[in-house]
Ligand binder design. Structure first.
Ligand code: PLP
Ligand code: CA
Length: 303
C-alpha cells in the first residue's frame, strides 16, 4: 500500500490514542531524559498517565545501573511515584533470563559493571569477572572451571584479558553466550559518542565464531518479562522510543503499536526512508506515530 506509518499526530489524535491504550512502554534515554536531564514536560506526562489509571513501564537497554538506582534517578529528575516494579532494564532482564529461562547451574562470567553485577546478585546467580588475575595475561591467568554462561554488557573497564577469557569459556558449546543489549553507540554532549555494548559483543562474536543471544531491545524478551509479571494485552500497548532500529523494531517484534519521539536519535526523514524503501524487512523500523516530544501529550490531559 505504501505510506503507512510515520503519522505525525497532535491535538485530538493524541488524545484519542491515549484514550485507546492502557499500557505505555517508554524507552528512557532520548524519550524521558537526556543523561541527567529530564526532557521538558516528561515528568508531568508520566504522572498524568498514572493518574489517569494507565499502566506505565520503562524499557531501557542501559545496563549500567541496577533497578534500585533507577528509582533514585527518576526521583532526582522529578519523576515522582515511579516504582521499581515498573522498570525493566537489560541487566535486570538478563538476570531473569539466566535464572528463570536458562536456569543456569554454575557461574556466569561477566563483562559489565555495577548494574549487571548487582542484578545478578539479587537474582541469586553466582558470577565471576576477571578480578582473580586482573593484571595477568591469557597465557598465565586462572580460568574458572564451572562457567556455564558469558554475559556481555556495557563495560568501561573492558580489557583484552576479559575478551580473551570470555572467548576461552565460549569454546565450550554448552556455555551460553548472552548480551544485555547490542546498542552500537550512544550520543553524548558536544557531538561525542559513547560506544555501546554491541561493540564488545561484536568483538567476542568474531573471536568465537558464535552469535550472542540478545536480551535487550529489539529482542522481544523484555516484553516477555513484563507479560510474565503483569497482565498486558499487546493490542492495548503503545511503545514510545527514539531509535528506530531498537525501539520501533522491538515494538514490531512484540506486536505493539509504536511511536517515535523526535527528542532523541532518529529523525523523521530516516523513518520515511524505511517506510518508502523496497525492502519489506525495513517496515519493522517504521513507527506508526511520530511526535516532536512526549510533552505533546500534555494538552490531552486538560479538560
Ligand atoms: N546503554 C548505555 C550504556 C547508555 O548510556 C544508554 C543511553 O544513554 C543506553 C544503553 C540506551 O538506553 P535507552 O534504551 O534508555 O535509550
Ligand atoms: Ca533511547
Amino acid at each position: 500500500l505504501g505510506f503507512k506509518g510515520c503519522l505525525k499526530i497532535g491535538g485530538s489524535q493524541i488524545r484519542n490514542l491515549l484514550n485507546a491504550k492502557d499500557f505505555f512502554l517508554f524507552d528512557c534515554d532520548g524519550v524521558i531524559w537526556h543523561g541527567e536531564e529530564a526532557i521538558t514536560g516528561a515528568p508531568k506526562v508520566v504522572s498524568s498517565l498514572i493518574k489517569h489509571g494507565k499502566n506505565v513501564f520503562f524499557v531501557t537497554n542501559n545496563c549500567t545501573r541496577p533497578r534500585k538506582n533507577y528509582v533514585n534517578k527518576f526521583y532526582r529528575l522529578g519523576f515522582t511515584g515511579v516504582m521499581q516494579e515498573q522498570i525493566f532494564s537489560s541487566s535486570y532482564c538478563s538476570a531473569l533470563y539466566l535464572r528463570d529461562v536458562a536456569k543456569v547451574q554454575g557461574k556466569v562470567f561477566v563483562i559489565g559493571g555495577e548494574g549487571v553485577r548487582n542484578e545478578l546478585l539479587q537474582a541469586g546467580i553466582s558470577f565471576v569477572g576477571d578480578e582473580d588475575a586482573p593484571d595477568g595475561t591469557i597465557f598465565n591467568c586462572a580460568l574458572a572451571s564451572d562457567v556455564k554462561a558469558v554475559l556481555v554488557g556495557h563495560d568501561d573497564k573492558f580489557t583484552f584479558l576479559k575478551l580473551a577469557k570470555a572467548s576461552c569459556y565460549l569454546r565450550d558449546p554448552e556455555c551460553l553466550f548472552l548480551a544485555t543489549d547490542v546498542d552500537p553507540w550512544h550520543p553524548l554532549q558536544d557531538g561525542r559518542i559513547l560506544p555501546g555494548s554491541g561493540c564488545l559483543t561484536a568483538a567476542l562474536e568474531v573471536a568465537t565464531g558464535r552469535k550472542a543471544m540478545v536480551i535487550g531491545k529489539p529482542s522481544p524478551f523484555m516484553f516477555e518479562c513484563i507479560s510474565s509479571q503483569f497482565r498486558v494485552d499487546p493490542a492495548q500497548c503503545l511503545m514510545v522510543g527514539d531509535r528506530l532500529e531498537t525501539d520501533m523494531l522491538f515494538g514490531a517484534n512484540c506486536g505493539l503499536d509504536t511511536m517515535l519521539t523526535l527528542t532523541g536519535i532518529s529523525q523523521m526523514k530516516t523513518a520515511q526512508e524505511y517506510r518508502d524503501s523496497d525492502h519489506s524487512t525495513n517496515q519493522s523500523f517504521v513507527p506508526d506515530y511520530v511526535v516532536d516530544t512526549i510533552a505533546d501529550f500534555l494538552p490531552a490531559f486538560e479538560d
